[in-house]
Design a protein. Structure first.
Lengths: 180, 180
């Protein structure tokens, strides 16, 4: 297996959300390679379903040039020391005002491992109830969308976000298999 | 819909693969928001199947700290003016030494639209034949893997890369539906 411990690291820019720069590595064959890299704290995504709906959001994604992006509830792991599941519970309350009685880890994946260390922890959240304590972020322009499960293919067709596509394709497959 | 035309742009670092910096936007409600951003040329991914196998690769992904990553054939859109389908044809030859007689666009999505404009054009490639002219990049430590279609779930379980998970989940769904 190739060595993935860097032999040199240069963080060239430190943003509020991520850092960017260059790392050098020695490959298993002994060659040196250089990689542009983003250091990112990671994120969580929540596939939140009840018997009739999957709970989605629509929000602008300015960095991608999208006035509206249909996505699952999600958020960055930007609270020091907070476990991913805890972040997921917080984001579900903040974004759609719900708690879940059942949580299950579905997948952990890298959004773009060629240049970024951003990982997404994807959870299935069920037994949803309204969270009376939730105070959705007034600052965020997030529309909550209760999407009918019977129209899942249309959500997949509209969605342009990788973590949400993974969640929705997983859900359609689980429904085909009769496990959800 | 919110405005996604930036009112200010500061490219703070220019790498070989991507650039990073900050953009400011005015939202539909008139507020100003600042976004850390990666400018990325985009990428292609290829779901290449014959009657028995899906063609995958295993390679180190140093930026993500992965000694091995199981993925679909893929590559950056790093040739000026090259259409995504052309890039996909080139990458299929370079990475696994195949041509395809049939190409179909499956999805276009953003890998992480909260901070990056990287888009992936995902194609289905069929009617595969060996490309006698292909000269796989000697520099790249890429192992070609002919993965049996009957063991698709195991590939999904091993895979940690978003574009490949989307492709493999899509494939399993198509097989469930009997359309592939």
């Amino acid at each position: 297996m190739g060595g993935v411990e860097p032999i040199a690291t240069e963080v060239a820019w430190q943003g509020k959300v991520f850092s960017a720069g260059v790392q050098r590595f020695r490959t298993a064959r002994g060659a040196e390679v250089t990689r542009d890299k983003v250091w990112h704290p990671g994120a969580v995504g929540i596939l939140a379903i009840d018997g009739e709906h999957v709970w989605l959001t629509r929000q602008p994604r300015e960095a991608a040039g999208l006035a509206e992006s249909l996505e699952i509830p999600a958020g960055k792991r930007d609270v020091e020391g907070e476990a991913p599941l805890q972040t997921a519970k917080r984001e579900l309350a903040e974004e759609i005002g719900k708690r879940a009685g059942s949580w299950e880890e579905l997948e952990i994946f890298y959004t773009s491992p060629g240049f970024s260390d951003e990982r997404v922890w994807l959870y299935l959240a069920r037994e949803l109830t309204d969270d009376g304590d939730a105070h959705p972020d007034a600052d965020e322009e997030i529309e909550v969308v209760a999407w009918p499960l019977g129209r899942l293919r249309e959500a997949i067709a509209e969605c342009e976000d990788s973590k949400s596509l993974i969640a929705l394709l997983w859900l359609e497959l689980a429904r085909e298999h009769g496990t959800l």
